[in-house]
Ligand binder design. Structure first.
Ligand code: COA
Length: 152
């Protein structure tokens, strides 16, 4: 089941994002403080026992721009279309909010292309570069991420 994240999910989300072996270092870690303040950005997928097995966040960047970030599905549960459902939940929320351009920075270009995202020039995402990227330890020389965008 996919639902909006609740406060009791934060430790599990933190676990998914922090365990590099779970996502092969493809997702930036986030502190508890960041997770608490951005909790409303998150969707989670839970199994039948209520365990959080995936997460994804929609981060509003500007007046018509949002970012999909922190997408992880527990390796045991991959290939069940949970990643797709998490991304689609974020896209649906963007439309509800009146935001029609959603991008992600990712090394998983084939996955996002499969979902309909297209490569985008980073120069078109100045708001992102001047907020998060400048503070990222991987920026600029150790970043392998590609910008991909979907116009809704
Ligand atoms: C990327 C990730 C979230 C995908 O989750 P998943 O639940 O296994 O993916 P899904 O089963 O929802 O796949 C959805 C579709 O994409 C396809 N797909 C999955 N991975 C793919 C890949 N690497 N390349 C191309 N297509 C892919 C699937 O075949 C499926 O197609 P369909 O819906 O038409 O049948 C998961 O592999 C993961 O957590 N990876 C590590 C963290 C990561 O890289 N996150 C992204 C950071 S931006």
């Amino acid at each position: 089941m996919i639902r909006k994240a609740r406060i009791e999910d934060v430790k599990a989300i933190h676990g998914l994002l922090m365990h590099r072996e779970e996502h092969e270092g493809l997702v930036l870690p986030r502190s508890f403080s960041q997770l608490y303040s951005h909790l409303r950005d998150f969707f989670v997928v839970v199994d039948d026992d209520g365990k959080v097995i995936g997460c994804c966040a929609l981060n509003i960047i500007w007046d018509n721009l949002a970012e999909i970030r922190s997408l992880v599905v527990d390796p045991v549960h991959r290939g069940k279309r949970l990643g797709r459902k998490l991304v689609e939940a974020c896209l649906s929320e963007a439309v509800t909010l009146g935001i029609y351009k959603v991008y992600t920075l990712t090394e998983q270009t084939a996955f996002f292309a499969h979902l309909g995202f297209e490569p985008e020039d980073m120069d078109q995402l100045n708001q992102k570069v001047f907020t998060d990227c400048l503070n990222c330890p991987r920026f600029p020389d150790h970043c392998n991420e590609v910008a991909m965008i979907m116009n809704l």
